[in-house]
Design a protein around this ligand. Structure first.
Ligand code: OAD
Length: 271
């Protein structure tokens, strides 16, 4: 693959000469950690129609109409995330910090970048491991242990006659009423606005970046998908890493799995 090798060298030069690298990541970077993406063949939105599962109204309507279906969806989302570990792509981005200033802007809610050791992570679609009030203020942290307990109890009540009444109690670590009123997971669903502070910080990083690595995202969701264009307008070099993308708005496309390409790229730049 002569083109691939040439592009790898060029992208490595970009990294070596960069003051600030922004990695903009989507579900594809966590695919090799066992978490399905959204729009690939086995993706969440292929199996669970977004109109029933990707909005708060849809989820509450599904709770009433089909609580066991809601449990299936919750298990499909929660189990892979809570059991996932960072893969070589997350680790390579964390290691890149030894050589250059790095900001991660992720659409993922799995906290795998932080677990791999990345220190500056902007989670523009929120995180599963935090709850917020209905106005978006921080409520409490959610531990993996608590999510595992929710998963266990969801399995116990699935298919039981009392499922509809027990479900709200089982998911109380994630959604319920606390001392400051109702709280919910800190997740951005369809139709929700982004957290302003996080989004402004992401934009500031993008405008300051010398290189943007766009990894494993279909670029279908706004406003996240505008970030590569913002970076280009501010003068950054763009590198796209995705097995399904061989050209795009980037200067360079490295077609392949993030877990293969990112370690190669970082090792080539900083042997
Ligand atoms: P998508 O499912 O839309 O896109 C996943 C991308 O990852 C595709 O381009 C795949 O080709 C690529 N991919 C798959 N395996 C990969 C691998 N091993 N290495 C690298 N890339 C791989 O997921 P996102 O773009 O993240 O938002 O989706 C964006 C948003 O849509 C999500 O944050 C979520 C969803 O609705 C909200 O819920 C608001």
């Amino acid at each position: 693959m002569p083109d691939y090798q040439q592009h790898l060298q060029l992208a490595a030069d970009f990294l070596r000469n960069a003051d600030h690298v922004v990695a903009f990541t989507g579900a594809g970077i966590s695919a090799e950690s066992g978490i399905p993406t959204f729009r690939d063949d086995d993706g969440f939105w292929q199996r669970y129609p977004p109109e029933h599962f990707a909005t708060w109204d849809g989820l509450f309507a599904t709770l009433t109409r089909d609580p066991d279906g809601l449990i299936d969806f919750l298990l499909a989302v929660l189990e892979p995330i809570v059991e996932a570990a960072p893969n070589p792509a997350h680790v390579a981005l964390a290691q890149l910090e030894r050589h250059v200033n790095v900001t991660i802007i992720t659409q993922n809610v799995d906290a795998l970048h932080q677990e791999a050791g990345s220190t500056v992570v902007k989670e523009i679609h929120g995180t599963l491991f935090e709850t917020v009030t209905l106005t978006g203020s921080f409520e409490h942290l959610v531990t993996r242990q608590e999510v595992r307990k929710v998963i266990e109890e969801l399995k116990e009540i699935r298919g039981q006659s009392f499922v509809r009444t027990r479900l709200p109690l089982v998911i109380r670590p994630l959604l319920g009423i606390g001392r400051r009123g109702p709280y919910r997971p800190n997740l951005v669903l369809f139709g929700d606005g982004l957290n302003d502070t996080t989004w402004e910080a992401a934009l500031a990083a993008v405008r300051d970046a010398s290189v943007m690595l766009t990894v494993g995202t279909s670029g279908e969701v706004m406003p996240a998908a505008t970030l590569p264009r913002e970076a280009r307008a501010a003068g950054a070099r763009l590198v796209t890493i995705d097995p399904e993308v061989d050209s795009g708005e980037g200067d360079i496309c490295l077609q392949g799995r993030a877990g293969d390409v990112l370690p190669q790229l970082v090792n080539t730049a900083f042997p």
